[in-house]
Design a protein around this ligand. Sequence first.
Ligand SMILES: [Zn+2]
Ligand SMILES: [Zn+2]
Ligand SMILES: [Zn+2]
Length: 341
Amino acid sequence: MAEDDLPTEHIIASLAEDRESTCWGCGLRLLLPSGASTFKCGWCGAITLQTAQKQKDKSLKWRWLRDRGFVCVLLLFILFVICGGVWAVYPIVFSVSLFCGIFHSTVTIVLAVATLSLFSLAAFRSPGTPPNVIWGSYPLVEKGDLENYTFCNYCSKPKSRRTHHCRSCGMCVLDMDHHCPFIGNCVGAGNHKHFIMFLISAIVSTIYISIMAVYSLWHIWPPLSVHELGRLNGSGSKFGWSLSKDIIHAVLRSTTLLSIRGFILIYLFISSFSLQIGLIVLLCQQLWYIYEGKTYLSHVSSQGDDGEKDCQNLLRFFGCPSVSFSRHLPIFRSSKKRHEK
Ligand SMILES: [Zn+2]
Ligand SMILES: [Zn+2]
Ligand SMILES: [Zn+2]
């Protein structure tokens, strides 16, 4: 029906229902139907939520304290593993030969320094956050510059599709992968590489600890008393069963003769072995997402159009961290051209 055919009061009523709204990205003013809660700006492409209001997070301090407490516990555990390993293994490797001792000391120092420094970088470096902006203050935004960007109502910042607000960190994180409780920090564009390097370093260290624990246990394990094996003269499965039973008994008897050093070595082996399995699974998963051009969050939210499976993604990730950091920032051109409001 043409507007000319409508009674005058009807036109006035429908105009009164429309609301004026401002695009947070470019400041463009638009008349929208009052029912519309979300609109996408036709100029810059930013998505504005009409009902959104500035929000404050009250429990942020407690979450920060909890995360930092967990990081301290983990740091103490890493230090315990390093000190316990040094105390348990050193007398044994130096008793084998001086060369063995010096070699072991060098490897231990390199791995300990690398793991601790990469852990600190991943835990305390900023994961990367979008620049500060004020609502509608983008005079230089050009057509399509903020395509599908939304606005964070906690920190008043623009969010690309791969930027998310983390309530534990209380900030928006560029290329957010996940919030990792073990480093008490988000994994994002600013520290993703350090996180991956930390995983690699931790895996190499735990493999080395397990090998050294087994090697040292081999040297100090009390001799097995298997004299009873001689009485066996059965055959087949009965013989096999009795033999394994006797071996288990002999190992258990000799375990009771182990020193404290031996028990610490057993503990180091079990903890480092189980830790390395978890870390290897995590690393493989992370490398797969990078190869796919995704983050963990874009994977779980099924944003399948984020990237292509390509080895270049891995090379770019390790070769040039600034590539992934700058890719999702809005592009502000130096051009003075301004659009009509
Ligand atoms: Zn706009
Ligand atoms: Zn935010
Ligand atoms: Zn976080």
